[in-house]
Design a protein around this ligand. Structure first.
Ligand SMILES: Nc1ncnc2c1ncn2[C@@H]1O[C@H](COP(=O)(O)OP(=O)(O)O)[C@@H](O)[C@H]1O
Ligand SMILES: [Mg+2]
Length: 329
């Protein structure tokens, strides 16, 4: 069963230099209990996608200009802000990249957690709510949770803060959890622990997870299926194995080439994709990757490629994927 269906989502921002169309007809679907990865370089629109789903685009500069976001069959873009507030945290919740920015620095951790819970469960007693918060902190691997509840965010380490954020996002057991680069700000050991924790919680609670990262290696570890984004568009989508075994888009191939091999090669000499993501004012016409793509031909900068079916559930938006697939075999 599909829990979240994002279809044709376009988002624009007003900036001092003019209007920028940051997302262009983004589509993806998440099934119940599935972990879906969204991957792409910095600036490709991953966070904007998650903010649009949460109804938290900065106002009035950011707005959805087209598309729908169906949660449990209803288009949540059509909801009032009150209705949206009741879905946020309860139906769909989010873990942010930088926990310090999402936590209130002058409020004790316990009160923040209690507030997240009581927004949606006004009927439960304070004692019960407190017990539930302690239980949740224990569940996300925070030692001495009773004591932690009385502390302020700055008294916690980065890893502990991220665990508190996860506890806040999960305390109401959402149907969909959006994790926006939840480990990027953490050191490697803690990253691995948080990933392990998310996998465990996903198993325990059975929620659907949208896992956002710029790192394909992390996707391999945690996701069932993947959407690859480039400059505000979906360029490829597939279950994890076909994507890693047979990537079709030159951009996806480039991202895969940037993963350090497990054979222990030094990390310094990675194959990286030449060039940079263009700004939204200098975006090439047609395929947005065309100016960085070694396979681009004239038609690539003329027509916007649509997502074509490679195999069931595997789609690619590249004018040249058929030619390139022939060369490869
Ligand atoms: N509030 C904003 N105003 C104008 N442009 C924005 C705003 N937020 C994000 N953007 C632009 O949207 C693009 C996508 O940003 P973002 O979703 O944060 O990328 P990612 O999360 O993939 O790194 C970037 O070019 C960024 O500059
Ligand atoms: Mg981001």
């Amino acid at each position: 069963m599909t829990v979240l269906d994002v279809s044709g989502l376009s988002v624009s921002f007003d900036t001092d230099e003019g209007i920028v169309d940051v997302l262009d007809r983004v589509d993806f679907k998440i099934r119940e209990g599935e972990t879906h990865g969204i991957v792409g370089e910095s600036g490709c629109g991953k966070s904007v996608t998650s903010l649009a789903i949460m109804g938290l685009l900065p106002k009035p500069s950011g707005r959805v200009t087209a598309g729908s976001i169906k949660f449990a069959g209803r288009d949540i873009l059509k909801l009032s802000s009150t209705e949206m507030r009741s879905i946020r945290g309860d139906g769909i919740s989010m873990i942010f990249q930088e926990p310090m920015a999402a936590l209130n620095p002058v409020q004790r951790v316990g009160n923040q957690l209690l507030e997240s819970l009581r927004t949606h469960r006004s009927d439960i007693s304070t004692d019960k709510a407190r017990a539930k918060c302690v239980e949740m902190l224990g569940h996300v691997g925070i030692p001495a949770p009773e004591q932690r509840l009385r502390e302020y965010p700055h008294q916690l380490s980065g890893g502990m803060r991220q665990r508190v954020m996860i506890a806040m996002a999960l305390v109401n057991v959402p149907d969909v959890l959006i994790a926006d680069e939840p480990t990027t700000a953490l050191d490697v050991t803690i990253q691995a622990q948080i990933l392990e924790l998310l996998k465990e919680l996903q198993r325990d609670y059975g929620m659907a997870v949208i896992f956002i990262t710029h790192d394909l290696a992390v996707i391999a570890e945690i996701s069932d299926s993947v959407t690859v984004m480039y400059a505000g568009r979906v360029v490829e989508r597939a279950p994890v194995l076909p994507l890693f075994d047979g990537p079709q888009h030159p951009y996806t191939k480039g991202l895969l080439g940037s993963i350090p091999s497990l054979a222990g090669e030094p990390k310094t000499d990675l194959t990286t994709i030449p060039g940079m993501v263009p700004t939204f004012f200098t975006m090439p016409s047609g395929c947005r990757f065309s100016n960085r793509c070694e396979h681009a031909q004239g038609r690539c900068s003329e027509t916007v490629p649509s997502l074509e079916t490679v195999q069931s559930s595997h789609g690619v938006a590249c004018m040249r994927w058929r030619d390139l697939a022939k060369v490869a075999t």
